[in-house]
Structure formats: C-alpha cells, structure tokens
Design a binder for this molecule. Structure first.
Ligand SMILES: [Zn+2]
Length: 468
C-alpha cells in the first residue's frame, strides 16, 4: 500500500516537473523569438520605390538576410527574392532593408498591390531563421491612407473627404454589378479602387505612357491590374468607367484572344453614365463625315486629337449594337471572343455580320453612306487609340537588390509614415519554426530522460532499504 502510493507520488512529481520545464522552455523561447525580429514595414517616399524593413534583435547576429515576396494577382502571382542590406541601427538592433523599384520603364507594381512577404535570416553560427509570412498592401507613402471594404469591394483614399470616397465606392460597386449583369459574368476575386484627390497628385502612380500623350491628355482613371483600378479624382463617371473594365476583361479576354479596343472602351463608356465630351466629338465627326474606320480602332494610339472621337465612336457603336440586337447577344459576343474567336468570327457567329458591315450599318444609322472596303487602304484611315487601361499587369521577376551599404539607410533619411495599413500581420513571431521546434524537442527529451532516471533512482533507493 505504502509502496504504491510512493510510486504514484514519484511518478506524478516527475510528470509535473517535466511539464513545468517544457512549459517554461516554450514560453521562454517563444517570448525571446517574438521579441527578436519585428514585423515588416514598408517605407515609401513616393510610389516609385519602396523599402521593406525589419528590425533584428542583437541576440541574433545576422550574416545575411534575404527577402522573399509574392505580388498577388488573380491571373498569377509574381514572386521574387533578393539580399537585403543589413544596418546596425542601434546598440541593440540590426535593421535589414530590401529596396525595391516599384515603377520604372520596365516594371510596374501598382499602388494598392497586395504582397505576401517573409524573410530568411542566416546567422553567424550557421543557423537560419525564417519569419512567418505577412500580407502587406503597398500604398503611396506621400499620403495617409484610409480604407473601407464590403463584400468583395474595397476602396482606399486619403484626405478628409470621406463622403467622396464612399460615393466612389458605391459607384464602383454598382458599375460592377450592372456590367456583370449586362455581360452575364462574375468577377470571382476581390477588387480594389484607389482614389486620388487630383490627376496631379496621382501622376507618379500612373502606369507610364508616352510623353506625347501625357502632355496633352489628362488621365482620369486606369485599370492597372485585373483586380485594381485607379481614379485620379473622386468622380463617379471615371470610377464607373474603370470598374466596367474590370468586368469586360473577365467577360471577354481569353487565353488567346482579347476584346478589341473599340468594344472594351465602348462598353466602359456605355456603363459610365455621363458621356462628357465623347458624345459631342462623335456627333461632330458624323456631321463632317470624318468618322473613323471601326476596324482601325484596335491599336494603341498616342494622338490626343483623336482620343475623344475614339471613345465617342466606340460608345456609339456599342450603343447601336445593344439597341438594335439586345443585351443577350451582346453578352454572347463577349463570351464568343473569350472562347477564342477573333472579333470578325465572333460578330459573324452572333450577329451574322463582320466589323466592316457593322461599321456600315452604324454609318447608315447615322445618315452616312456605306463604304466599299475593298477600295480603301486601311492604313489611310488607321488610327491608334489609348489603351492604357487594357495592358495586363506584367512585372519582371528579377528585382533590384538593396543598394550597397551607405547609399540608402532608411533609419537615417526622413521617410514618411509606414504605409502598410494592411492588417493581417498580428505581430509576427518571426523566426524559424523549424529551429525553435528542434530546440524544444531536444531539450525536452534530454531533460525528461534526466528526470525519469532521477525519479527511478530516488524511488528504488527506499524500497531496497525496506527489503533488506
Ligand atoms: Zn477605358
């Protein structure tokens, strides 16, 4: 009886001690780890460049730090990595900085992009630490951003005009829902709208286009990614136009085919509501019989003089197609292009006429005579049109690594506030889960063995004494 109780007590004691040691060990290690590497900050002076920064505690002496990122895109994420610059920011911390070019001649990572990032820290003792993945949003560091989300729609804005932002949000939402209904399709991913106060304030964030075009045409909005639109002023028409572009892409762009510019822009203007100067431009062209060959409205242009006419005539053609043949067939036209049919095949299949015939029908509808196409050189009348909103997001996978020591130390320069307002990073308890786990397991096993042996020895000693 006494023997059994004693054995139980010893076993309980040993178990308790093992548990206590394990708990203290975990607590100590996790506490130390979470304090040793900070969460990632994005520092930006403007939308052209961003520095991703972490602070590393002195206990970890970093030999090399590597930054890994994934730019999220519904049509395929873009990944990359590079070596960060390590600075000694104070007696107690190191700072790792990865400088990334966001907008340049051959690279465009738009403001509003979401990124998944993590770091690998290679220590001098040969061990390495991998931080937990964080989700960040890249915003223009010149402004203090606010955001609002509902269902699959989000808006980002700055400044005090919250009502304007909400109006823009509702304009985006209604335009998307209406265009989805028109084209009988759905955007399956969340979408974001970034609103600037003026074209001037948003200029640096624009997708670059030609100088000729820039100098004479004010860009009011852009679709910069399949899930991301810009409005360079909080105007309902601009937002609705760009929001419609998000849907036309889903409805009509296939793996091998794209919606022609006149159909894409015509639909966006059709959905924007207020036609602005476009209606006047097309009416003047009709009056003077200077309309544009519909077939020529497919290539990029930098001629600002033709911009309003291009939008106006594209809208008028879309309006004609829908009013004459109904919404059902219009949705089928998009579906047919998405399925891989070039525009003429799709038009023929759905309506029974091609682009030239459509142009002539539209001319007749507006009191102009038909054109005999065989006698016309298409190059005569060919114009190119602005299609900045149609270019797909393309980002080279190679990135610049951080500048060499001393050329850019964010700890010392006057950078604006952190711009990563996105939430999901609840305190990163960074660091390598593998190495932490390994330490816990080895130490626990060693300590447990030691305690078990100790317990057995203590237990056996009085028993032997009794037997003798
Ligand atoms: Zn457009």
């Amino acid at each position: 009886m006494v023997e059994i109780n004693k054995a139980k007590i010893f076993k309980c004691g040993v178990s308790f001690l093992i548990g206590l040691v394990f708990y203290l060990l975990c607590y100590q290690i996790l506490f130390a780890q979470s304090a040793s590497v900070s969460g990632t900050s994005i520092l930006t002076r403007d939308p052209l460049n961003a520095s991703f920064v972490i602070d590393i505690d002195d206990q970890i002496t970093p030999q090399e730090v590597r930054f890994f990122y994934k730019i999220l895109n519904p049509y395929g994420d873009i990944s990359g990595d590079g070596i960060a610059e390590i600075n000694r920011s104070s007696d107690l911390t190191y700072q790792a900085v990865f400088a990334m070019e966001m907008i340049s001649a051959d690279r465009y990572i738009p403001v509003g992009s979401h990124l998944l990032v993590h770091w690998e820290i290679y220590k001098k003792d040969g061990e390495n630490i991998t931080t937990e993945e964080e989700r960040l949003v890249f915003l223009d560091g010149r402004y203090e951003w606010q955001s609002f989300s509902e269902d699959r729609f989000s808006v980002y804005w700055y400044g005090s005009k919250n009502d304007d932002a909400m109006r823009s949000f509702l304009a985006m939402k209604s335009a998307i829902l209406e265009t989805e209904a028109l084209l009988k399709t759905n955007i399956e991913y969340p979408v974001k709208l970034i609103v600037w106060r003026s074209p001037r304030e948003g200029e640096l964030a624009q997708r670059p286009r030609s100088a000729v075009y820039d100098s004479s045409v004010t860009t009011e909005g852009q679709r910069v990614a399949p899930d991301l639109i810009f409005a360079f002023q909080p105007a309902v028409g601009v937002v609705r136009h760009e929001a419609a572009h998000l849907v036309t892409k889903v409805a009509g762009d296939g793996p091998f085919t794209r919606v022609p510019a006149w159909l894409d822009e015509g639909t966006a203007v059709y959905m924007q509501g207020n036609l602005g100067p476009y209606k006047g431009a097309v009416q003047r062209a009709i009056t003077s019989d200077k309309t544009l060959n519909l077939r020529s409205l497919t290539a990029p242009s930098n001629d600002p003089n033709l911009v309003n006419l291009f939008y106006g005539q594209s809208w008028s053609t879309v309006d004609y197609l829908i009013s004459q043949n109904g919404e059902e067939l219009f949705a089928e036209l998009f579906a047919s292009i998405k399925a891989g049919n070039p525009i003429d095949d799709a038009l023929n299949k759905i309506y029974g006429f091609d682009t030239n015939e459509l142009y002539n029908q539209w001319r007749n509808e507006n009191g102009l005579e038909s054109i005999i196409f065989s006698s016309i050189s298409t190059s005569n009348n060919a114009i190119s049109v602005p299609v900045a909103t149609r270019v797909p997001l393309s980002i080279p996978t190679q990135v610049n690594i951080a500048p060499r020591s001393g050329t850019n130390n964010p700890a010392q320069v006057d950078l604006p506030e952190r711009s990563n307002t996105e939430q999901t990073r609840d305190e990163l308890e960074s660091n390598s889960i593998q190495s932490v786990g390994l330490i816990i397991i080895i130490t626990t096993v060693v300590l447990s063995l030691f305690l078990v042996i100790l317990g057995v020895l203590i237990w056996k000693w009085p028993s032997k004494k009794k037997q003798t």
